[in-house]
Design a protein around this ligand. Structure first.
Ligand code: 2YC
Length: 280
């Protein structure tokens, strides 16, 4: 899991309105709308629940410690969505205790291994990796004006890629799984088929991409922790990329060239999806 740096996130708070407009332009939905789409929820019904839902963001000093701006940015994203969210004055145990004592509906916190939201009433745990894969897959469905029946290359078969592949299959896409560790891609295929009892995925919908020629694909979900996994020569007018991976897997030139057909962020969509999970 890539650890964010303050420089990755310090602009997010001030750019939220502008980012929301960019999402609207690319997908037809804003930050809240995309998260609702990922959960099949009605946006206005969610908005009715949000205003009274208090979330305490608790800084965590364990491991490599606090990332300046991290908790404040998470709280700012939640407030932008309409939640009553704030950062606890004290970290760690004091912060968790305060969440219960102040009767918060949920808390959000991250150590070096997991970033989670926890609903303090029904014990639901919203995991950031699962949320991020799900919401970027949902955003790709919107950007593509319907991903059903289309083939998507999923680069990276870790927790984010797994969640994205599961979500893409649930939207009716066919997925090609690709990982630098091919056995990891094969294991993910087995897990997806085993879980297909839940959705209608069948063997023909899931393919292992063992080659490195990505040129046949028009839809890519980039979920690796590597920079520039997608070379500039692949970038053209036919290509849509949803890229939750940090650092971003597309060059600066590539991001500009893709314009409306490219999505990447380092916290916003994942936090929005987590918050909708907590509401459900
Ligand atoms: O400020 C704090 O409370 C720190 N303990 C936060 C550490 C977050 C570490 N995780 C990351 O940087 C990201 C997550 C946002 C998702 C994956 N890596």
């Amino acid at each position: 899991m890539t650890r964010l740096k303050t420089s990755d996130i310090c602009q997010i708070k001030s750019d939220l309105e502008q980012y929301n407009q960019a999402l609207l332009s690319k997908t037809g939905r804003g930050l809240l709308g995309i998260a609702c789409h990922a959960h099949g929820k009605d946006e206005s019904q969610m908005q009715a629940l949000i205003a009274d839902f208090t979330i305490l963001v608790v800084p965590v000093t364990a491991g490599e410690g606090i990332i300046s701006d991290f908790s404040e940015t998470v709280a700012a994203i939640l407030r932008f969505l309409g939640f009553n969210a704030r950062v606890s004055e004290q970290p760690d145990t004091c912060g968790v205790a305060l969440a219960f004592e102040s009767k918060a509906a949920a808390l959000m916190m991250a150590d070096d291994h997991r970033f989670v939201g926890i609903n303090l009433n029904n014990r639901l745990v919203a995991d950031n990796s699962q949320a991020t894969g799900r919401v970027f897959a949902a955003a790709l469905d919107l950007m593509a004006r319907g991903i059903k029946g289309k083939q998507v290359l999923v680069l990276g078969c870790g927790p984010v890629g797994e969640s994205a592949a599961m979500t893409l299959l649930s939207f009716g896409a066919r997925v090609a799984l690709c990982d630098i560790d091919i056995p990891r891609a094969r294991l993910l295929k087995q897990r997806l088929l085993a879980s297909s009892q839940g959705n209608k995925a069948v063997k023909e919908d899931i393919f292992i991409e063992e080659g490195l020629d990505f040129s046949p694909y028009s839809f890519i979900l980039e979920a690796t922790p590597c920079a520039e996994t997608i070379s500039d020569k692949l970038i053209g007018d036919h290509l849509f990329i949803a890229a939750p991976g940090v650092p971003v897997g597309v060059s600066t030139w590539g991001c500009r060239r893709l314009k409306e057909r490219f999505l990447h962020d380092k916290l916003e969509l994942g936090v929005a999806d987590m918050s909708i999970s907590l509401l459900s």
